[in-house]
Design a protein around this ligand. Sequence first.
Ligand SMILES: NC(=O)c1ccc[n+]([C@@H]2O[C@H](COP(=O)([O-])OP(=O)(O)OC[C@H]3O[C@@H](n4cnc5c(N)ncnc54)[C@H](O)[C@@H]3O)[C@@H](O)[C@H]2O)c1
Length: 255
Amino acid sequence: MPLTSKVAIVTGGGEGIGRAIVKRFAQEGAQVVIAEIEPTGQQVAQQLNEQGLKALFLQTDVAKAKDRNNLVRTTLDHFGHIDILVNNAGIYFPRSVFEMTQADWTKMMSVNLDAVFFLSQLAAQAMKEQGGGRIINVASVNSWLGMPLSSHYNAAKGGVAQITRCLAVELAPYNILVNAVAPGFIKTRMAIVDGVDETETEFFKTFYCDHRRIPLGRAGLPEEVASAVYFLASDDCQYITGHLLVVDGGLSITF
Ligand SMILES: NC(=O)c1ccc[n+]([C@@H]2O[C@H](COP(=O)([O-])OP(=O)(O)OC[C@H]3O[C@@H](n4cnc5c(N)ncnc54)[C@H](O)[C@@H]3O)[C@@H](O)[C@H]2O)c1
């Protein structure tokens, strides 16, 4: 199997896109470490272990330096190397420009931006010593598009795109490839805002699907993002670094 003998850390692997990435990596033979704040990570690990696949849950709040250090140290103690890091964990909550507090802003940045950089820093150190590796960040079409109530989220995702490019340049001499995926509308818990699944509303179905504002006429599935992440982690990806692979059904190439 293509990822046999690879050790991969996936943050936020208990739900949604992260869970799909964990499953795909495990099916391709990797030893996956699920770094998840919720106990859902344990359920995913157990389910995969019962299928004979290799997954380990380490309860981790990526926003906490202590947890990030523990995650990397424990992974290295167990397996001796880290081949792939996927910075997927993320949060979203809407805030208007008038209601945004410093605490709102800091909370968003600590999970969606700071953790991406500082966990990459720790993993890159191990990858440098072992002669190479892959870092894959989950950005968003919000990395460059504007959206109301989302200045904190979009600023963080814009930062993730820039971290991807800067680390790609800086870590290239160490054979560390750094790329990102940029999903559009994906059917996960994050699509549910204030109790409403935005991919199930009449407006979404009419405007985005029937009128083809999304050219492929539907929301995406977590597994479809996982396929793109898997490609960036695989040996088929050799001469690509600093790239944002857009997974949005064409949403961002039309108007
Ligand atoms: N769903 C979409 O439409 C969409 C679009 C573009 C980008 N994204 C990005 O994809 C990534 C995954 O989102 P999703 O849609 O699967 O959402 P989700 O809410 O289904 O999953 C996010 C996971 O991250 C975990 N998490 C949150 N905070 C954490 C923390 N501090 N430490 C560790 N784990 C934490 C959650 O518990 C959850 O398991 C996020 O970075 C998100 O911004 C999602």
